[in-house]
Design a binder for this molecule. Structure first.
Ligand SMILES: Cc1cc2nc3c(=O)[nH]c(=O)nc-3n(C[C@H](O)[C@H](O)[C@H](O)COP(=O)(O)OP(=O)(O)OC[C@H]3O[C@@H](n4cnc5c(N)ncnc54)[C@H](O)[C@@H]3O)c2cc1C
Length: 389
């Protein structure tokens, strides 16, 4: 089931190699980290050294120059193997903003080091406690002073902030009442977090129901050199939106991986657990939820593959990226439900890893975008109904 539903999978070799790497990091590894909310340093190092986290960086900047479908295959396999790519997936795609909108100097300075892992750009500072999904209402400001910007404000849910050298930050450079559209006046910056830590930057981890290394981040007169502005001042919101389709398609691939892991576990257990003189999987009450989750997963996979194909062809793919992310998150959740139920009491035992994966996959109903916001995207942008917010 690790294969996608297409003939002649172009990334079969990558999947096999990633699966081999993941086999070195079994359930015990993730379980132990989960208990102490530790960071999977060894796993991230192994993925980095194998070149997988630089998959999307062009060869001229030292990356593998692979298409989005390859990155999706890597992350799907990590999740289908029982691991969790959330510790490092952003290292793959945040750099897309520099690649697409950064200056030549920024590309030369950062991309080769991101490709080798010497620099980690895996913190993404967008969400704030007061504005949440209403991104353009964010309150963090960056004020130009000579050759620098002075940043003040706060972010929340900045994942991997303690394990990143750089952050891609979205801040307001022109007050909202001075711009014609609320999407204007926001800018993106590359923040050198190591230099800023203790010099205007404070990081506070948030303990969550799963091991995600997410943090609150505070800026108190943090100095960012003007040369770290990405692209044109005031256009940052557009740059962030540009990266969202790739992110959604990659996260959707992780959900598909989760669904495959849950389904494989469920099927195996349903065949081996014998009660009342027959395998529990012989009962349709046990069989059908697993079969249904499988069908949901395959349907989500087809939409995600279509989105990836459009993305790679340079075509608009917002519809498929959004629908794919929602359907894949629903499929992984349905598969998780079926898996817990199939395992009865053992579904709750830590040593089975099911309860851990169940907690981990729940996140994707909410982040990086919640289901309601995807539905409103479909309602407005795909179906042409009135904007709801
Ligand atoms: C573990 C974790 C990691 C994260 N990592 C990052 C990160 O690295 N960087 C980052 O910037 N952010 C990150 N996020 C933030 C994440 O993107 C947001 O949590 C998510 O977008 C939802 O925003 P919110 O939590 O502010 O909820 P809110 O925006 O407050 O929304 C609350 C609920 O109301 C619903 N809602 C809101 N508005 C509407 C509407 N108009 N119509 C219908 N329903 C609506 C939402 O769907 C949601 O269910 C992370 C979050 C979590 C939990």
């Amino acid at each position: 089931m690790d294969q996608p539903l297409i003939a002649g999978d172009p990334h079969a070799e990558i999947r096999a190699e990633v699966a081999k790497l993941c086999a070195r990091f079994p359930g015990e590894y993730w379980r132990e980290l989960d208990a102490r909310r530790g960071y999977p340093t060894e796993f991230v190092t192994a993925l980095t050294e194998a070149g997988y986290l630089g998959a999307l960086i062009p060869e001229e900047f030292g990356g593998a120059g692979l298409p989005l479908s390859a990155a999706a295959a890597i992350l799907e396999t990590v999740h289908a193997s029982g691991g969790n790519g959330a510790a490092c997936h952003a290292q793959m795609y945040i750099m897309g903003t520099i690649l697409k909108h950064g200056s030549d100097a920024q590309k030369q300075q950062y991309l080769p080091k991101i490709a080798t892992g010497e620099l980690r750009l895996q913190a993404f500072g967008v969400t704030e406690p007061t504005s949440g999904t209403d991104t353009t209402a964010l309150r963090t400001t960056a004020r130009r002073e000579g050759d620098n910007y002075i940043v003040n404000g706060q972010k929340i849910w900045t994942s991997r902030a303690e394990h990143s050298d750089l952050m891609l930050l979205l801040a307001r450079t022109t007050p909202r009442h001075q711009v014609a559209k609320k999407t204007e006046g926001l800018s993106t910056f590359i923040v050198d977090m190591k230099a800023a830590l203790g010099n205007g930057l404070t990081i506070r981890p948030i303990r969550t129901m799963m091991n995600h290394n997410s943090c609150e981040v505070f800026f108190d007169n943090m100095v960012v050199p003007a040369e770290n502005l990405v692209g044109v001042e005031g256009r940052g919101f557009r740059y962030i939106l540009d990266g969202m389709n790739a992110e959604r398609l990659l996260i959707a691939s992780e959900c598909i991986g989760d669904a495959k892991w849950f389904i494989e576990r469920s099927v195996a257990y349903a065949k081996e657990r014998v009660l009342f003189g027959r395998p529990i999987g012989q009962n349709q009450g046990v069989q059908f939820p697993i079969a249904k989750a499988y069908a949901q997963m395959r349907a989500a996979e087809a939409v995600v593959q279509k989105g990836i194909a459009k993305f790679e062809a340079g075509l608009p793919c917002g519809e498929e990226a959004n629908m794919g992310k929602m359907l894949a998150a629903d499929a992984s959740w349905a598969a998780g439900e079926a898996c817990v139920q199939t395992h009865g009491g053992f579904g709750f035992a830590e040593e089975y890893d099911i309860e851990r994966k169940y907690r981990e996959t729940r996140l994707y109903q909410v982040a990086p975008i919640s289901t309601n916001l995807i539905l409103s995207y479909i309602g407005e942008h795909v179906l042409g109904m009135p904007r709801s917010y």
